[in-house]
Ligand binder design. Structure first.
Ligand SMILES: Cc1ncc(COP(=O)(O)O)c(C=O)c1O
Length: 451
């Protein structure tokens, strides 16, 4: 079978029916990218309800690093379902949650003794980190970054600063959160150049936040995504986090690392922060952890997770079905050598995309680690004006041709296929992406919309 396989122009008739019903009863707060109505998924291929098959460059929004419905993950889920579905970890005990916690303590960075808190989602992993940091330090303030996305419950939303619509009319949010610019070198908030800047964005936190108005002894933690995801696939320079950690250590501030999107092997390491050679105090994990089943984990140094009995819990957190899926997912990453594979495939994809950056006016910047790669679309390479409309048009054309790919930030594509995607499909997907950009760019040139 050759993929992709588009039988009816999407959305087809069955999809259209479902979209109509969705519009009637489903919350319309969701940010749907295009009308893909999924019927099934296998590996790196998703099929819609009209029988169209797409190559998935989204990994089910980063929830399927080992591919959709991996047979080993499914087998272990089925076995667990036969036994029991839940008997809340809040109030009782079961073994696979303990085994998973042991595994997570091993694969997360930091050679110190750790503990794990289980919730159901990314935002809950962040909520737990916020509460844990406050409980441990008894300090009220957090420093977070512009362009960050940490979730949508009120605590996590207070840290999130990616798009105004995510916060509009939801204030008052959690107080005592201060946002500072991230190290986004392609669009430096301070209009500086790396490395000549000497990472001024870190010094700024010291000189303009901690020395001007936020008492450092009242700051519980700095919360960051090692690679910003939803905010635009933004990769700080290699020495950024070493400098940030030095600052945090100077003032006895904890580091909370949100690995919800970048973790679980996505960048060729278990966790993206490993590229930057520091060990954070608290790590938040979700998305691909349980291959699509709801599970969030907050892993912390034992001395930090010192909250008392009854201080935090949730009924479904760490349910045994999700834990089994997570254990199976970790085994697949190990057994299929997916860290090495992500590194190898990522290198090739990055090379090809960099060549495209040279060729096409619409591509302003290409950046990545492993199979987490951003392609920023601009309408003018010199002014770097974001291609807001253009990114949507390219995304839609790719979808119609059988490539499921989505954007982030203002105008950046995320290239994030399953880590075990077949090389052939990866190449076909990239061919579609390139052909669409080439054709669209020619159309825009004819209309004098770009030079
Ligand atoms: C980096 C990051 N943190 C937190 C979240 C929130 O996770 P969830 O949607 O599971 O609440 C996301 C979701 O996209 C994310 O990418």
């Amino acid at each position: 079978m050759k993929y992709p396989n588009i039988k009816v122009p999407p959305p087809g008739p069955i999809a259209k029916e479902i979209l109509k019903r969705d519009e009637e009863v489903i919350s319309q707060s969701f940010t749907r990218y295009y009308p893909l109505v999924v019927k099934s998924g296998k590996g790196s291929i998703v099929e819609d309800v009209d029988g169209n098959q797409y190559i998935d460059f989204n990994s089910g929004i980063l929830c399927s690093n080992v591919g959709h419905s991996h047979p080993y993950v499914i087998e272990r889920i089925k076995k667990q379902i036969e036994k029991f579905l839940n008997y809340s970890l809040t109030d009782f005990y079961f073994e696979n949650a303990v085994t998973l916690a042991e595994e997570l303590c091993k694969i997360t960075p930091g050679s110190f003794k750790k503990r794990v808190y289980f919730g159901n989602s990314g935002t809950e992993a962040i909520e737990a980190a916020i509460k844990m940091a406050r409980w441990h330090t008894r300090k009220p303030y957090f420093i977070a970054f512009i362009n960050s996305f940490h979730g949508r419950t009120i605590g996590a939303l207070s840290l999130t600063a990616s798009k105004p619509v995510q916060r509009k009319y939801f204030s008052p949010l959690m107080p005592n959160v201060v946002h500072v610019p991230f190290s986004y070198c392609y669009r430096c908030a301070f209009k500086q150049q790396y490395p000549e800047c000497n990472l001024w964005c870190v010094d700024y936190i010291k000189e303009y936040v901690l020395e001007k108005y936020v008492p450092p002894e009242e700051v519980a933690a700095i919360v960051f995504e090692p690679i910003q995801g939803e905010g635009g696939y933004i990769f700080p320079p290699d020495d950024y986090f070493i400098k940030l950690k030095k600052l945090a250590d100077e003032y006895d501030i904890l580091l909370i690392d949100d690995e919800i999107q970048a973790g679980m092997g996505r960048t060729g390491k278990w966790f993206a922060i490993e590229h930057y050679n520091i060990s954070p105090d608290i790590i938040c994990i979700a998305k691909s952890l349980a291959s699509g089943l709801p599970l969030g984990a907050t892993v912390a140094e034992e001395s930090i997770m010192d909250w008392e009995v009854g201080s935090h819990a949730t009924t479904f957190g760490g349910n045994p079905v999700s834990c089994e899926a997570a254990l199976a997912t970790i085994s697949v990453v190990k057994n299929e050598n997916l860290l090495e594979r992500a590194t190898k495939l990522g290198r090739n994809v990055l090379k090809r995309l960099k060549e495209m950056e040279e060729k096409y006016e619409l591509i302003g910047d290409v950046r990545g680690k492993g199979l987490m790669i951003g392609v920023e679309i601009v309408v003018d390479k010199k002014t770097k004006k974001p291609g807001r409309k253009e990114v949507k048009e390219i995304m839609m054309r790719c979808f119609k041709q059988g490539l499921a790919i989505i954007s982030c930030g203002i105008s950046t594509f995320r290239i994030a296929p399953p880590l075990n995607i077949e090389e052939e499909y990866l190449e076909i997907g990239l061919n579609i992406f390139e052909d669409v950009i080439k054709e669209y760019e020619n159309e825009l040139k004819i209309k004098n919309k770009i030079t």
